[in-house]
Design a protein around this ligand. Structure first.
Ligand code: SME
Length: 154
């Protein structure tokens, strides 16, 4: 997939879903399915939601195989680190990351992008890939734009 142009179209589709008359959960679910279907290197796409008082993440909508990681304490794994740092984490080879929660042997890389409402961390977009080093700077920029749109739903 050539990257810039399809990402532009995909962003339009994400905006369309965000602006539609559906519940937040339905919208997040549709976005997961869209990203997984349209970008073949995105093998698992899901949202973890902040549960601030408990200092843990709760799995929300996702597309891909079920995961055992339904709740993740802040600081734990790549997801938990991104929640604390409120920054995008790109791990091109998960075998080199010490603080990592495995979702199975097929997963080779992962990107986690926070969803911020002002300065508050409210959720994160988590994408696993079966390829090593599949995420370019364009992926990061695209997914950060997706998360800006998603922040409007919170
Ligand atoms: N690998 C993640 C756990 C969540 S799964 O990828 C769905 C992590 O290290 O935080």
């Amino acid at each position: 997939m050539g990257r810039t142009q399809p990402f532009g179209r995909l962003l339009d589709e994400v905006r369309e879903i965000a602006g539609s008359r559906r519940s937040k959960d339905e919208k997040l679910g549709m976005m997961c399915v869209l990203l997984k279907q349209k970008v073949p290197r995105y093998n698992w796409v899901g949202f973890y939601l902040a549960s601030g008082a408990k200092k843990e993440l709760a799995l929300g909508a996702f597309a891909g195989e079920p995961t055992e990681h339904i709740r993740i304490p802040y600081g734990s794994g790549i997801c938990g680190q991104a929640a604390l740092a409120k920054k995008t984490f790109v791990v091109q080879d998960v075998s080199k990351e010490a603080n990592y929660l495995s979702c199975g042997p097929k997963v080779k890389s992962e990107i986690v992008v926070p969803v911020l409402k002002g300065r508050n961390f409210v959720a994160e977009l988590d994408i696993d890939s079966h390829a090593i080093a599949p995420f370019s700077e364009e992926d990061r920029k695209f997914l950060e734009k997706v998360c800006k749109i998603v922040s409007g739903l919170f």
